[in-house]
Design a protein. Structure first.
Lengths: 123, 724
């Protein structure tokens, strides 16, 4: 990754958040921020102004991944959004794409895949 | 306890039959109604259950004495009812014969007259108190009055004796009449006396006149003498007259006595004649009563004379006839009820006698056969429903002799079906036996089941359709619930797998920095193993998703030719089969199934591996791809119907086959016949999921009964005309 990237991870699962953070440990120019639900994720998005957001789709609270994606895309069209979900049906994928997501990754994923996706979107 | 009297009315008639031990074997309705005992309670009991405490033992002793003499007992009895009430009856107990043998007694009880009751009440009270001076004989209370005793004694004399008596009395009368005639001679004598008296009077007068004449001439002495003579004459005359008078008086008395005796004798004769004639009249009256159907009119006269016995016999006859006729009437009533019942039955019934002659056919059976008469006439031209009564059953069969033998040997209910024209008739024939187990006839029940069978068939097909529909709904529900389960599990699994795969990869990255080459290699090997396992887990989830048709991955169509894919799979499979197996293919390379090559790959692999596993001792597996045309079939998994021109991918083996029970479950996810750990149980469910994804259906045919016929999996896909 050539330029400095601010990456926001939104996931209620701490293990997954840590996995993503550690996946980018070796990418020295990637700064990882974490939020554990949609609401917190949007607040952080507003203060941090990240280049890319990796968000889980199914999360507790009023704001799930789809809503978060819509809100982000409504306020800053330039910010890239990757939705990561265990739901892999075509209808789910369509829903994510309609919300404006730049990529829809069906779980399971591997760190290599994630790095590859982020590099392609903001690299 | 009630002490109410039940007063019988004129029509009440209690009839019971007892055997020689006094056990009641028959009782009529009136007895049950009046006593309050049910017939079941009465039968088998002795008459003493009706005995009232007011009845003296002597009455029953007399009753038994009488009936043991095989004579009729007739008396007044006070009986008690079940609830403690009582009723008075005039009872007749007569012997009851069957084939000249005394088998028991019959008791007929009717309303007793008030006079009889009062007389009996008084006599029985006296008997109880020991002050009874009369006699009880054959049920009759006899007071010790001279007249009645004499009358009874006279009545009991035989007719011969009575006739003898009459004869002697007649002789006596004749004799007496002679005596009267003798008295008439005396009257002549009397006249003679009168003449004599007149003569004496005349003599006296003459004497006196003579004396007057003499007195004029004769001295007084002579006159005196004469006067004395006259006086003497007078005296004699007087004496003569007196004695004559006396004789007359005696004669008159004698005549009076003789007349009186005559009158008495005539009265006596009359009494004797009456004692013969009255019973005869009574007998005549009894006979007239019998002939006019009055079987229970009481008979007044009783005696031990021949006529008395005749009346007794007539009375026994009358009672017996009355009972038999009432019984016959009852039987006739029952028969009429039965006939009315049979006539109105909706089931057909026909009855034949033991000579197989039809004696009865009810309207239902009549109509049933009348309806098919034209059809029957084709086989039996003589068949005429209107002349059915009196015909032999076998005459309606094509082989009468055979049928007659069949009917004669029928000893148990027999059921058979008869198809006449369009109609299907069920016949239940049964032999009718009497109490002695002798066959007396045949009864047949007919039921036209045409419509019922038709409805049954309709119902069955409806049920089948419903079952198919139910199966389909169940299948859909199963798929739906499994889909939900799968997506739930898949989501969590994918999260977990993400962590496993991710951290494992991080480990691998971390190991890259390791300076120790040996350790680095070991970690690389280990992380690789975790990676392989994780991939397998991920694949399993994918299969599950494929089964529940939730995966988008199979939508992409492949451009590879189906024939090529099959060839590819088979060439890959061959090394996996030992020399015990033959793998043959018959592929129509013109055909293309619209399915992605990965799925097709998986499908064929699965089916061939299953076929191999079904033949542990080896065999052959055949894979074919053909165009077929099929009539409507139901998919063995989704139960949807399909038909027409289709592409058939067929995998058959020569193994042991699959039991139908197993076939019903082979497409269920996680169902496996393999040992735990050998199979996932997802093979066939995945196959089915992929086949259905490609709009195909599955038929499984298996023959467990015939060896080496094995199992055939037929995968039928729609014909892809566009691509062709």
């Amino acid at each position: 990754m050539k330029k400095n990237v601010k990456l926001l991870v939104v996931d209620d699962n701490t293990q997954i958040r840590n996995l993503i953070r550690m996946s980018f440990k070796r990418q020295l120019n990637v700064e990882v921020f974490e939020a554990e639900n949609g609401l917190d994720g949007f607040k952080q998005f507003q203060t941090i102004n990240p280049d890319i957001v990796l968000s889980d789709v199914m999360m507790p609270g009023e704001v799930d991944g789809i809503r978060l994606c819509e809100q982000i895309k409504a306020s800053d069209h330039a910010c890239r959004v990757v939705l990561i979900s265990g739901k892999g049906q075509q209808s789910d994928i369509d829903l994510g794409m309609q919300a404006g997501a730049d990529y829809y990754k069906v779980k399971p994923f591997s760190p290599v895949e994630l790095i590859d996706i982020v590099e392609r979107l903001v690299g | 306890m009630k002490s109410d009297e039940y007063v019988l009315n004129e029509h009440d008639l209690i009839v019971t039959k007892t055997n020689l031990n006094g056990v009641i074997t028959f009782a009529n309705n009136d007895l049950s109604r009046i006593t309050g005992y049910s017939r079941e309670e009465i039968i088998g009991q002795q008459h003493r259950i009706f005995r009232h405490p007011d009845m003296p033992e002597a009455v029953y002793i007399d009753l038994w004495k009488t009936i043991l003499n095989q004579a009729t007992w007739r008396g007044i009895i006070k009986n008690k009812t079940k609830d403690g009430g009582f009723y008075w009856v005039s009872a007749d107990v007569t012997p009851f014969y069957e084939n000249d043998t005394l088998v028991g007694h019959m008791s007929v009880r009717r309303k007793a007259s008030i006079e009889d009751i009062q007389r009996a009440q008084k006599a029985y009270a006296q008997m109880k108190a020991g002050t009874f001076t009369g006699q009880l004989s054959y049920g009759e209370i006899q007071d010790e009055y001279v007249f009645t005793t004499a009358k009874r004694k006279l009545n009991n004399l035989s007719v011969a004796t009575k006739l003898g008596m009459l004869l002697s009395l007649n002789i006596l009368v004749i004799v007496l009449l002679e005596v009267v005639n003798f008295s008439n001679l005396n009257t002549l004598n009397d006249n003679h006396l009168k003449t004599l008296t007149q003569m004496q009077a005349y003599t006296s007068e003459v004497n006196e006149a003579h004396a007057k004449q003499i007195l004029g001439d004769n001295p007084p002495a002579t006159i005196k003498k004469l006067k004395e003579e006259v006086k003497l004459n007078d005296y004699f005359y007087q004496a003569n007259t007196n004695s004559n008078q006396k004789v007359l008086n005696i004669q008159h008395e004698t005549i009076f006595i003789v007349f009186t005796v005559l009158v008495l004798l005539i009265v006596l004769c009359n009494i004797i004649i009456r004692s013969i004639v009255v019973p005869l009249k009574e007998a005549t009256r009894t006979l007239i009563n019998i002939s006019s159907g009055n079987y229970h009119v009481p008979v007044e006269h009783r005696s031990k004379s021949e006529v008395g016995r005749l009346i007794e016999a007539l009375r026994a006859t009358s009672v017996r006839l009355g009972f038999d006729i009432a019984n016959e009437k009852k039987v006739a009533d029952e028969l009429i009820r039965l006939k009315v019942g049979l006539d109105n039955l909706s089931t057909g019934v026909a009855i034949a006698d033991n000579d197989r002659e039809i004696i009865y056919i009810n309207p239902a059976a009549f109509n049933m056969f009348k309806q098919v008469e034209p059809d029957l006439k084709q086989f039996i031209p003589a068949f005429d429903m209107d002349k059915i009564i009196g015909k032999k059953i076998e005459s309606f069969h094509r082989n009468p002799a055979f049928h007659q033998e069949l009917l004669d040997n029928m000893d148990r209910p027999t059921r058979f079906e008869m198809r006449v024209g369009e109609q299907l008739i069920v016949v239940n024939a049964l032999p009718v036996n009497n109490a002695l187990k002798h066959r007396v006839g045949l009864v047949a029940e007919f039921e036209n089941i045409t419509e019922r069978e038709h409805n049954k068939a309709k119902l069955l097909s409806t049920i089948e359709q419903n079952q198919a529909l139910n199966h389909q709904v169940n299948q859909m529900q199963k798929v739906e619930s499994l889909s939900r389960l799968t997506s739930g599990i898949a989501h969590d699994f994918n999260n977990i797998l993400s962590a496993i795969i991710g951290y494992n990869q991080l480990n691998a990255f971390a190991a890259d920095d390791c300076q120790d080459e040996a350790l680095k290699e070991e970690i690389a090997y280990n992380t690789n193993q975790v990676s392989i396992a994780s991939e397998r887990a991920a694949n399993l989830i994918k299969k599950m998703m494929a089964y529940s048709r939730q995966s988008a991955s199979y939508h992409d169509m492949d451009v590879k030719l189906t024939a090529d894919v099959i060839e590819e799979v088979l060439s890959l499979m061959r090394p996996a089969l030992t020399s015990l197996f033959q793998l043959n293919a018959d592929i129509d390379s013109e055909l293309t199934i619209q399915i992605d090559s990965t799925s097709l790959h998986q499908i064929i692999t699965n089916l061939v591996v299953n076929a191999r596993d079904a033949m542990p001792k080896g065999g052959s597996v055949m894979v074919s791809l053909q165009k077929v045309t099929t009539a409507e079939l139901l998919c063995d998994d989704c139960v949807h119907p399909f038909e027409g021109e289709l592409i058939e991918l067929r995998v058959s083996d020569t193994g042991t086959g699959i039991d139908q029970k197993v076939i019903d479950h082979i497409f269920d996810p996680f169902f496996t016949t393999k040992e735990v750990g050998e199979g996932t149980g997802l093979g066939l469910s995945t196959v089915s999921g992929m086949v259905h994804e490609a709009r195909g259906h599955i038929k499984v045919e298996s023959k467990t009964t015939e060896p080496n016929q094995g199992t055939v999996f037929r995968l039928l896909f729609p014909l892809n005309e566009l691509k062709k």
